[in-house]
Structure formats: structure tokens, C-alpha cells
Design a protein around this ligand. Structure first.
Ligand SMILES: *Cc1c(COP(=O)(O)O)cnc(C)c1O
Length: 357
């Protein structure tokens, strides 16, 4: 799939901020590109979407999203490859997940083609914000929220779908120190953990802050009922390497966000003939393996960092160091391959990349 049909009307930003961007000191998520996409849902249907200059959105004080949390989002990136094309990585998976998040939160789904069309045309409009500096990308944030002006609890009748773009720099992922969380819970079975629902992230801030006060970057979430099974790490999926096998928590339960990065890691590993086990992973086995030196690698997988190596695991009063980064053959190989496919240095034989312009 490639190319964009100019199906949404565009009001161009005549006051571009592009030249004022300090590319060498780019804070994550604080600088925004010149345009945004906006589309309203009303009278039971999505209305005509449009691309507008980036700017504030009007808000009624009774807007239902603020009161009752019908609010979902996605996170994706556009890259500029070596042939100077702007590309997206498996955006169809974001489109599908957005629809699934919407369904869970009792919000209207956006047809996947419409979602992709909006993302592509907006990115094409802001294409000069996608630099080819190594490690840089345009972070794309589609989100939808309830806009009924009504303080009463029911599914909203009106919604707004918006997409904004933010240029982001090389994610110099310092290897992360994680703490296994045995008290607080990110997601419970039957809850909304599988959806990228705004409230999930609000609820995680307090336990994450406590861990940061103890010197950790992130939590490793465990199951809500017993706290004995590993689920995710912060806002990334978690992957381990033991006995030269890739081991990762199964996503059968609805408590784990189904990440594109982890899915890609597993597909690549299987393609290369590396054994993959998707199953329940216990805290006990990981701690035991980490202590005995059997745990070769551990990393978080997500769009922001792609692969975030875990340097240390905190468990109760212990801190267990994992093997040196240079020894992590599998994660280094995966990271290099994914970077290569995005930059066009490595052929996209699995058809992961979609050209925008
Ligand atoms: C977004 C997210 C991920 C990673 O998903 P990707 O599609 O790989 O970016 C993992 N876990 C949580 C909780 C997330 O919100």
C-alpha cells in the first residue's frame, strides 16, 4: 500500500514552527508539528475530518471524557528512510488496536481504512518534520475522547478524534532498572488492560513514582490476583532470553497490551529459527534464572524505545544484575534488523513498512 489521496480538506499552517526546532536538544513529546487532524462523531456517524493548523481544542467544563474517562490513544512513528521516503511501521496494527480499544470503552470504532488515511495524510502534510537524522522519528499520537456536555454517567453520544505529531530524538535508552511490583496492579482480568485507555496510565503513575523513589526506572507488573506471574514492564511488553530461547508472557489474558513491537520481535525470532515460548512466566523462575546466570537477556519492547534492555531487576530487598549489554546477541540482532528495515538498509521481506510519500 502506498500513496495518499487528498481526501481531507487541509487548512495550511502559515506560521510554521519548523525552523525554530532545536534538533540537538529535542525533549520527548513537547514540540509539535504544524498540523493536526480533527474529526467529530455526532448523530451516530463520523463527520468529515479535516487537517488544521496545530492548536488548542475548545472544551466544555462538563465534557464527559474528563469526568468519566472515555478516552483512548495510540502511539506510532513515521521514519525517513535512506531513499528520502517517509514510511510507517505496521500502521494497520495500530488501526486495528484503536478499533478494539474503542469497542472496549464503549466508543464508536473508526474504520481501519479511515484511520490509516487520516494518519497518512497528516504525516504527508507534516512530512518536512520527519528528519533523516539517525534515531529520529515523528511520533504520531492519535486519540479519541468523549465530548458530551453532560455530567451524567452513560456512554457519550459525541466524540472527537484527533491526531497530533511530535518530532522525537534518538531514544538513548539507558539500560533500565526495573522493580517487580507485588502490591499494586496495572490491569485485572475482565478490566481494560488490553485497551490503550487513558485511565490505565493515570493509575500506574503512583506505584511507578514509588519505584522511582527507590532508584528504579520502571515497574514489572504482575497478575492482579496472585502477583506471581509476570505481565509487562512499564508501558512496554517484556521479553526474556533463557537457554537460547525467547520467553514471553502469553497474551491470552486480557490484562496485557498487545504490542506491535513484541509481535514483530516474535515473528522475526521465529523466522530466524530461534525457539519462542509464549506462556505464563513466573516471577520465581525469572528470579531464579537471573541469580544463577541462566537469564541471558531481558528487554522491554515498545514503539518509543523499540528494544529497551533491562540492566537490573529489583525483587523485594534484592537487586539482581543481568549480563552486560554487549553479550546480548539476540536483542542486539533484533534491534539492528528493525532499525535496518525502517531505514531501508535491509529489505522489507515481511512487508512491515508502508510508504506515506
Ligand atoms: C503501547 C504499549 C505497549 C507497546 O505497544 P507497541 O505497539 O509495541 O508500541 C506495551 N504495553 C503497554 C501497556 C502499552 O501501552
Amino acid at each position: 500500500m502506498s500513496g495518499v489521496h487528498a481526501s481531507f480538506p487541509v487548512t495550511h499552517n502559515t506560521n510554521s514552527q519548523l525552523l525554530s526546532v532545536d534538533w540537538d536538544n529535542l525533549p520527548f513529546g513537547k514540540i509539535f508539528a504544524d498540523h493536526m487532524f480533527v474529526m467529530e462523531y455526532a448523530n451516530g456517524a463520523w463527520q468529515q475530518g479535516e487537517i488544521l493548523p496545530f492548536g488548542p481544542i475548545d472544551m466544555h467544563p462538563a465534557m464527559s471524557a474528563i469526568h468519566y474517562g472515555q478516552s483512548i490513544f495510540e502511539g506510532m512513528k513515521a521514519y525517513r528512510n535512506k531513499d528520502n521516503e517517509v514510511v510507517l511501521f505496521r500502521p494497520e496494527l495500530n488501526a486495528r488496536r484503536f478499533a478494539e480499544s474503542a469497542a472496549r470503552m464503549c466508543m464508536p470504532e473508526i474504520p481501519e481504512e479511515l484511520f490509516l488515511q487520516a494518519v497518512k495524510q497528516l504525516v504527508a502534510t507534516d512530512a518536512n518534520w520527519v528528519t533523516n537524522k539517525p534515531g529520529y522519528a515523528l511520533y504520531i499520537r492519535p486519540f479519541m475522547f468523549a465530548t458530551d456536555e453532560f455530567v451524567g454517567i452513560k456512554p457519550s453520544d459525541n466524540y472527537k478524534f484527533v491526531i497530533i505529531n511530535s518530532p522525537v530524538g534518538a531514544y538513548y535508552a539507558e539500560p533500565v532498572r526495573v522493580k517487580i511490583e507485588e502490591h499494586y496492579t496495572r490491569a485485572a482480568e475482565g478490566g481494560v488492560g488490553r485497551a490503550k485507555a487513558a485511565g490505565n496510565y493515570g493509575a500506574s503513575l503512583y506505584p511507578a513514582k514509588l519505584a522511582q523513589q527507590q532508584g528504579f526506572h520502571q515497574l514489572v507488573w504482575t497478575d492482579a490476583k496472585t502477583h506471581t506471574f509476570i505481565e509487562e514492564s512499564g508501558t512496554m511488553n517484556i521479553v526474556f532470553v533463557m537457554d537460547n530461547k525467547i520467553i514471553t508472557p502469553t497474551e491470552d489474558a486480557d490484562t496485557i497490551l498487545r504490542g506491535t513491537t513484541k509481535k514483530t520481535v516474535l515473528e522475526l525470532a521465529r523466522h530466524w529459527g530461534i525457539p519462542v515460548e509464549e506462556r505464563k512466566v513466573t516471577v520465581a523462575e525469572i528470579i531464579e534464572a537471573a541469580k544463577s546466570g541462566k537469564l541471558q537477556e531481558a528487554f522491554g519492547a515498545g514503539t518509543a524505545a523499540t528494544i529497551a534492555p533491562i540492566a537490573l531487576i529489583g525483587y523485594r530487598d534484592e537487586k539482581i544484575m543481568l549480563p552486560a549489554l554487549e553479550t546480548r546477541e539476540i536483542s542486539l540482532r533484533i534491534k539492528a534488523h528493525l532499525d535496518g528495515v525502517k531505514s531501508g538498509e535491509i529489505a522489507d521481506t515481511m512487508h512491515w513498512v508502508q510508504k506515506v510519500c
